[in-house]
Design a protein around this ligand. Sequence first.
Ligand code: NAP
Length: 242
Amino acid sequence: MARILVTGSTDGLGRATAESLLDQGHQVIVHARSAGRATAVADLADRGADLIIADLADRQAVMDAAAELDGGAAIEAVIHNAGVISGADLLPVNVVAPYLFTALLRTPTRHIYLSSGMHRGGSTDLDGLDWDGSRQTASYSDTKLFVTTLSAAIAERWAPRVSAHAVDPGWVPTKMGGAGAPDDFDLGHETQEYLATDPHLSITGGYWHHGEQRQPHPAVADPRFQERLLAALADATGVALP
Ligand SMILES: NC(=O)c1ccc[n+]([C@@H]2O[C@H](COP(=O)([O-])OP(=O)(O)OC[C@H]3O[C@@H](n4cnc5c(N)ncnc54)[C@H](OP(=O)(O)O)[C@@H]3O)[C@@H](O)[C@H]2O)c1
């Protein structure tokens, strides 16, 4: 059984993913932004899940969490699920935190990044972005294009030791998706679970929707855009990919 970190597991798809992985007998590390929000996963901790607390909008908190996790038992897979749909936290939470966890955690051999069909409306213009999030300089679509490209870049660079995939969960009813969202909630988290745990998985670099691979925005596979994005993230954070 694998040991899997699910970021943003206090609500929505992340909570359902963590709960389902526990049901399947896996070891799970749940994640909350604060001690107060950790009460939302108290039942999962009671069932044996480990807990990490970090506000992903706070870069130092992400780096401290990565160091704490690296000092514990080996993590096989990370599901980079936490996300916001608007505001100044868009770049820090949706892109910088997944980048830092990817760069700093030494043991995972699988990274799964939550994307969105909305990544297709994202821009490849990296000029003038405030990666610190003191003000909003990117749209939700931009951040999902960036994290989908990060996934493809990791798949390209770290194969065959590490696999990386991006998942569009569909438009599902959560705090983010809204109560009227039309897609099936369970289909929204099953693909991430499969990619994190299937013992026969031998592919990398996929962009997935409901268990099937789809074609992402053409920039995702563009080596020049991948390079520009990784350089911008390394420059902004002071942390290069190993
Ligand atoms: N729902 C959809 O229709 C849809 C569609 C496409 C893609 N997605 C993607 O799927 C992922 C999960 O979305 P969801 O619908 O489940 O959203 P959600 O219900 O709003 O849950 C988001 C999770 O991220 C956490 N989070 C947000 N900001 C954080 C921060 N600064 N520090 C730590 N944790 C933070 C939230 O914590 P709190 O509980 O404390 O707020 C929560 O656990 C996201 O990446 C989203 O972009 C969702």
